[in-house]
Write a protein that binds this ligand. Structure first.
Ligand code: MFK
Ligand code: FAD
Length: 506
């Protein structure tokens, strides 16, 4: 009695274990010396993920951040205490270039595919350090797009640094009590102009993740001399602020009201912040806040999609391994056709998610290296919300199925599995909910007069034409082809009418 102990699933090098990722890179990376360096770096990093980093990520879950409001002598300090592992992950992120690679021109148009491949194997072991990295990347992109000049020049260098002692992370403070989706109506924070051209921000930010960041980008309404502001989206401007302390230890212009008690993402601090005179610089023209922060949304939504595909891949890797170790009804799970069919369905979802995500990363890299065609730009705009909304939903479904493939053990906390499911649930909520992103798709279709859809049709056709081993006579290919033609005709008619008709048609 009690002599049997089940072997546990083993996490192996997630790069070597991922035939699809390796195949994708081998197929797409050019014949350049850097391609070999990329593959070799991913292999070494994958080894590190399996050996060390995964344990650090787990430690972040077991030692969640806490807020210390006062020091022993009653001074307000609002100190967010994070685990040793969380800090190590920050240093590691710099050393491994997890943001920097995306800005490294020496990898040409492949810089984003390289960076996101690295994040893809890192994400499920990262203790959610991918969250601050996504926002950091988004902030660097915004700064780059508005122009890297003082006072944000130094911030840009730090956000994209590979040196741990210089590396900074950024927050993204958009959501207020009245509006997370509708920030245009919901933002109450005001920016009071100062004599030196800077501003002081006053308001309440309702969700601020990874609040131990060194700086942030945020939205506020500039107050005029009479103290009034412009309502709606056109009253919002984009601001840059550093998170710093007075000599006595108090935060400068910020009070951390509390940390959120969350379903998942417990590894990282998400706070409510009272901005009480936070010094800030305006980065956008007045009233161009939403349009200017859109670059950040593009980047963080792509990171989100990478994390979603990565969560699916990880649970599947572990489930496949477990199927070679667990016996039921006299044979290993891998020898039960029905169990393998379940895993195969998860595999199909995961492959599809991965390929769509990587295609968007490829397009991003092309855009940033100046190689993107007009078609690429349309596709990038269209597919970014699409990939975020689909993969966010897929991740919850696939990870949930994945938990079931471990039977009861999938439900047990210290296996680490439940945390993967909890963390997947947020992927469809933050950075734009599914419905809000669906509307974003419709808006971009209408605003481009249908051009983004035509670009998409052309893309799918070229994929079908170029797919090796697929005959144009294949009934499935024929069916897709005729469905596309019908859709194209429909869009053609819609384009000739009003934009709102096109929105409806889309
Ligand atoms: C593991 C990875 C983790 C990732 C990090 C997670 C940390 C958590 C972070 C958060 O959750 S931060 C908060 C994220 N918040 C959102 O995503 C807000 C969701 N709501 C929307 O996206 C709304 O659609 C939006 C606020 C943008 C609507 O505002 P408006 O003012 O009604 O937008 P409008 O009028 O459509 O667009 C204003 C301008 O922005 C237009 O430019 P123009 O004025 O030049 O025409 C738009 O084209 C532009 N714009 C809006 N969305 C865009 C965009 N441009 C490009 N891409 C977009 N997606
Ligand atoms: P609402 O906007 O009130 O939405 C409620 C529901 O209404 C949703 O289902 C939505 O899809 C739907 N809805 C809204 N508008 C429409 C519409 N026009 N048509 C159809 N349906 C609609 N925010 C930050 O700014 N910075 C952060 O760092 C950050 N971190 C977060 C961390 C966590 C763990 C979580 C859970 C959230 C975080 N957020 C952050 C906030 C997040 O971005 C918002 O919660 C999200 O954008 C939704 O906004 P909301 O909560 O106001 O929901």
């Amino acid at each position: 009695v009690g002599l049997f102990f089940q072997e546990q699933p083993v996490l192996k090098n997630p790069f070597l274990e991922d035939a699809l990722l390796r195949g994708y890179l081998k197929r797409h990376l050019p014949q350049e010396s850097y391609s070999q360096a990329i593959l070799s770096d991913l292999n070494t990093f994958g080894e590190r993920v399996a050996k060390d980093i995964d344990t650090w990520g787990r430690e972040c879950e077991l030692n969640p951040p806490r807020l210390v409001h006062f020091d022993p002598w009653g001074q307000r300090v609002d100190h967010i205490v994070t685990s040793v592992a969380w800090k190590r992950l920050k240093d590691l992120s710099a050393q491994e270039g997890l943001v920097a690679i995306g800005y490294d021109k020496s990898f040409g148009e492949w810089r984003r595919v390289y960076q996101m491949s690295k994040l893809y194997i890192f994400s499920p072991s990262s203790g959610l350090y991918t969250c601050p990295l996504a926002m950091t990347d988004g902030a660097a992109k915004v700064i780059q797009s508005v122009g890297v000049s003082p006072p944000v020049e130094e911030a840009y260098r730090r956000l994209t640094s590979r040196q741990p002692e210089r590396f900074w992370t950024s927050g993204q403070w958009m959501t207020e009590r009245q509006g997370g989706s509708d920030v245009g109506s919901g933002t109450e924070t005001v920016a009071v102009p100062q004599a030196d051209g800077s501003y002081r921000l006053h308001g309440y930010k309702w969700f601020t993740s990874a609040t131990d960041a060194d700086m942030t980008l945020t939205l506020a309404r500039v107050q005029d001399r009479s103290g009034s502001t412009t309502p709606g989206s056109r009253g919002l401007s984009l601001f840059y602020a550093e998170v710093s302390r007075f000599e006595d230890g108090r935060l400068r212009g910020i009070e951390v009201q509390r940390l959120k008690d969350k379903l998942g993402t417990r590894q990282m601090p998400t706070a409510e912040l009272l901005l009480d005179g936070l010094p800030a610089y305006r980065l956008s023209e007045e009233g161009r806040g939403v349009a200017s922060i859109a670059n950040m949304l593009t980047i963080t939504r792509i990171h989100n999609s990478v994390s979603a595909a990565a969560a699916m891949r990880r649970v599947l890797q572990l489930a496949r391994d477990y199927a070679t170790r667990r016996t039921a009804f006299g044979k290993l799970l891998k020898d039960h056709p029905l169990h393998m069919q379940t895993l195969a369905r998860m595999e199909v979802e995961t492959c599809a998610a991965f390929l769509l995500v990587m295609d968007v990363c490829r397009l991003l890299g092309r855009e940033e290296s100046g190689l993107a065609s007009q078609l690429d730009l349309h596709l990038l705009r269209l597919l970014t919300p699409v990939v975020k909304l689909y993969t966010g939903k897929q991740a919850v479904a696939v990870v949930s199925e994945g938990l079931e493939s471990f039977g009861g053990q999938g439900y047990i906390e210290d296996t680490g599995m439940p945390g993967i499911l909890r963390d997947a649930q947020v992927l469809s909520i933050w950075e734009g909910t599914t419905n809000v992103l669906s509307l974003d798709v419709l808006r971009c279709v209408a605003r481009s007069s249908g051009m983004v859809l035509h670009a998409y049709f052309a893309h799918v056709k070229s994929l079908l034409a170029g797919a090796s081993g697929v005959s144009s006579l294949d009934p499935a290919v024929k069916a897709v082809g005729s469905a596309l033609s019908e859709l194209e005709q429909f869009v053609q008619i819609a384009t000739s009418r009003s934009p709102s008709y096109l929105e409806l048609a889309a």
